[in-house]
Design a protein around this ligand. Structure first.
Ligand code: NAD
Length: 259
């Protein structure tokens, strides 16, 4: 299927590794020129080179922490008028809410709610003027089924989800769609960290903890960044023009509800 987005421009945040990289690679494969941002210059440059070689599109890499105003300004300077914006940032640490200070909450809100809203604010009006835009926010399955130890993530992402639900309807007549992608377990560095913590807490090997975690999923495996990216690219396509304000869960069937 031709997604009919070749030649469009995209910003993909937090894209040197994992799900962000999966989204950037999938968009590039469809002919979208991508500006990718992450904090680690070396990893980011290697990813940019990999995507460039695989797709032939323009790939611009911007070393930036997207949770800061300076970082976002650098990304917008490199790509001031994106047709597609994929919001993403690292997830907050797990823990007990009794230990979290106001600063911990502000950091989580900055990373997983406010940075996405700021980037939308800077890019959505030109998308509206051009009559085409796609905003995809990478959130978490924890928005649908909160996980107690990930309280910082549950709270911040729920805030973003509420905001997006309103925004998506506001801009619906303009050709701009706004959706959230909710990852369940995907095989990235983030899940490797969570598995290491599980292994430590349960006094088991990392390998056993990984197998145990996989066996909890109906598919008996984790998702791949490529699968995640392919869904993102479809949401950004012309064919998904009637889909907006949605929370799309990609979790191998882990969430047990009918809806
Ligand atoms: P990852 O750790 O594999 O990759 C994160 C990427 O983000 C890296 O490229 C890193 O350099 C970049 N990054 C992190 N913070 C950044 C910042 N402030 N500014 C710029 N770049 C930054 O993580 P992932 O698995 O790809 O997860 C992406 C998001 O999805 C995270 O918010 C994570 O919590 C969430 N999530 C992941 C899973 C999963 O199973 N992988 C499940 C649920 C939610």
């Amino acid at each position: 299927m031709d997604l009919q987005i070749a030649g469009r421009r995209a910003i993909v945040c937090a894209a040197s590794r994992g799900l962000g990289k999966g989204c950037a690679a999938a968009l590039a494969k469809e002919g979208v020129h991508v500006t990718i941002a992450a904090r680690n210059a070396e990893a980011l440059a290697a990813t940019a080179e990999e995507i460039r070689n695989a797709s032939g599109v323009e790939v611009t890499d911007v070393v930036a922490d997207v949770t800061t105003a300076e970082g976002r300004a650098a990304v917008l300077e490199a790509c001031p008028n994106p047709d597609i914006l994929v919001n993403n940032a690292g997830g907050p640490p797990a823990g007990n809410f009794r230990d979290w200070s106001r600063d911990d909450w502000i950091k989580a809100l900055d990373a997983n709610m406010l940075s996405a809203i700021e980037l939308i604010k800077a890019t959505v009006d030109p998308m509206i003027e051009r009559g085409f835009g796609r905003v995809v926010n990478i959130t978490s399955g924890a928005v649908k089924a909160p996980i107690a130890v990930l309280g910082l993530s549950n709270g911040a992402r729920a805030g973003l989800t509420g905001f997006i639900a309103g925004l998506a309807r506001e801009v619906a007549p303009t050709g701009v769609t706004v959706n959230n992608l909710l990852p369940g377990p995907f095989d990235t560095d983030r899940i490797a960290q969570l598995i290491e913590a599980r292994a430590r807490n349960a006094n088991m090997s990392v390998d056993d903890a990984r197998k145990e975690r996989m066996s909890e999923n109906p598919m008996g495996r984790f998702g791949t960044a490529e699968e995640f990216g392919a869904t993102c690219a479809f949401i950004c396509s012309v064919h998904a023009a009637f889909m907006t304000g949605q929370n799309i869960l990609l979790d191998g069937g882990y969430y047990p509800g009918t809806l």
